[in-house]
Design a protein around this ligand. Structure first.
Ligand code: NAD
Length: 390
């Protein structure tokens, strides 16, 4: 009897990376013979002049365009639905999304849903998105969520006070254009939170149950580059070398996340986003050291590798010390990047911790991808520690 063992590895149709890569956007649109473009973004990105930059660049094409910049940070399913309905009325046949994870998640899901009438089934997750309605091109402006290369889109469910992911290959764009110039205006706080979010994608996907040799290769490179660029990108945002470095970290980590998935840090972050609207990157950055202190115990060998990637030392002889070194680094990072270091500081009510733990313990998709079985009690103890702070 033979057994079949295989893994898939998926990417967008094309990933274009480089300074001024934005200039190739008109060609991509021309090739797809679009009759009406939907340009999706948010007010912060518009305020930084990036939406106008795209409009000016596309103007010579003389293709009608609907510009939709009402996307809010950490978008909800209600916002997604109203965006799709609005753009269905406009009759757009190509979507361009420019922004951080919030704008890109709405853009890629809109591109998949534009020709569908029964939105409720898709938004509730009871129907899987099996086709994409129109072509989609994504341009990230944070580094980052990696949403331009993932099959996920994350939305807030206001009724259940939870964040939930839609997962489908149809959420991969045709083209991801990663131009570091688009991240230069990204504010320091967003750069810090989304930068550590990218690192969370790398480390969580590296130790993930579903990790493969290919995903580990991407995650490893992302972890090696991260310490070289994150501090300068946050504190010296106009430094192009640091911005290029962080775009690469985000992109590589995103590819690893897309194919190996993430784990418990994300599972515990979702309820904080759902109930307290704490930004995804901030929640991940804060929870990461507390979660790894517990879950890292079952992946000693990987922690030795991670410590090496981060240049924290060689722990081959004392493998059990590697986790301590990694966790200390993650705590230090919060201070260096001016990120919050306790849930209390973020305004979380201590009395809500059991509810948060109950919600997190139901995120099976991510907890089952973590190489440590986190029980409700363990999750609650992690939240309590994170509440009090280091
Ligand atoms: N789909 C995925 O695989 C995936 C992965 C991780 C996170 N996410 C989701 O992504 C969202 C968070 O995305 P994010 O961290 O990129 O932040 P964001 O998209 O919410 O943006 C944060 C703020 O930064 C501003 N901003 C972004 N780029 C800018 C620039 N270049 N110049 C000036 N202002 C700029 C925005 O206007 C916004 O106000 C969350 O909803 C999270 O759940 C999705």
């Amino acid at each position: 009897m033979s057994t079949i063992g295989y893994y898939d590895f998926r990417m967008p149709g094309a990933v274009r990376f480089g300074v001024n890569a934005l200039q190739t956007l008109p060609d991509e649109i021309r090739q797809r013979k679009a009759a009406k473009i939907a340009l999706i973004s948010d007010k912060g990105v518009e305020g930084a002049g990036l939406v106008q930059k795209v409009i000016d660049l596309l103007q010579p094409l003389s293709i009608p365009m609907t510009v939709f910049t009402d996307i809010k940070g950490e978008p909800t399913f209600a916002l997604l639905e109203s965006t799709v309905r609005n753009l269905q009325r406009e009759g757009c046949d190509l979507v361009v999304g420019i922004g951080g994870g919030s704008a890109m998640d709405v853009a890629k899901t809109t591109a998949a849903l534009l020709d569908k009438s029964d939105l409720a089934a898709y938004l509730s997750g009871s129907a899987v998105i099996e086709s994409r309605s129109v072509p989609c091109i994504l341009l990230p402006t944070t580094s980052g969520t990696g949403a331009e290369v993932t099959m996920n889109a994350i939305f807030g469910d206001e009724e259940q006070e939870l964040k939930r992911g839609l997962v489908s290959q149809m959420l991969l764009p045709d083209v991801a254009i990663i131009d570091p110039m688009l991240t230069v205006t990204c504010p320091a706080k967003v750069t810090a939170a989304s930068g550590v979010d990218a690192f969370t994608h790398a480390i969580e996907s590296y130790v993930a149950v579903r990790a493969t040799p290919m995903t580990r290769m991407y995650a490893e490179k992302a972890m090696k580059l991260f310490p070289q660029h994150i501090t300068r990108a946050v504190h010296h945002g106009s430094n192009l070398e640091a911005r290029i470095g962080m775009c690469l970290v985000s992109n590589l980590a995103g590819i690893s996340l897309a194919n190996a998935g993430v784990g418990a840090v994300h599972a515990l972050a979702y309820p904080l986003g759902g109930k307290y609207h704490i930004e995804h990157g901030v929640a991940n950055a804060l929870l990461m050291p507390y979660v790894f202190e517990v879950t890292g115990r079952t992946c000693t060998e990987q922690m030795v590798h991670v410590a090496k990637f981060l240049q924290l030392g060689d722990f081959e002889e004392q493998p059990h010390d590697a986790l301590d070194a990694v966790v200390r680094y993650l705590y230090r990072l919060l201070g260096e990047l001016d990120l919050p270091s306790s849930l209390k500081q973020l305004g979380v009510d201590e009395a809500s911790l059991p509810v948060l733990a109950e919600q997190a313990s139901r995120v099976d998709r991510l907890l089952s991808n973590t190489p440590y079985k986190l029980t409700y009690d363990k999750i609650l103890s992690i939240y309590k520690k994170a509440y009090a702070g280091q």
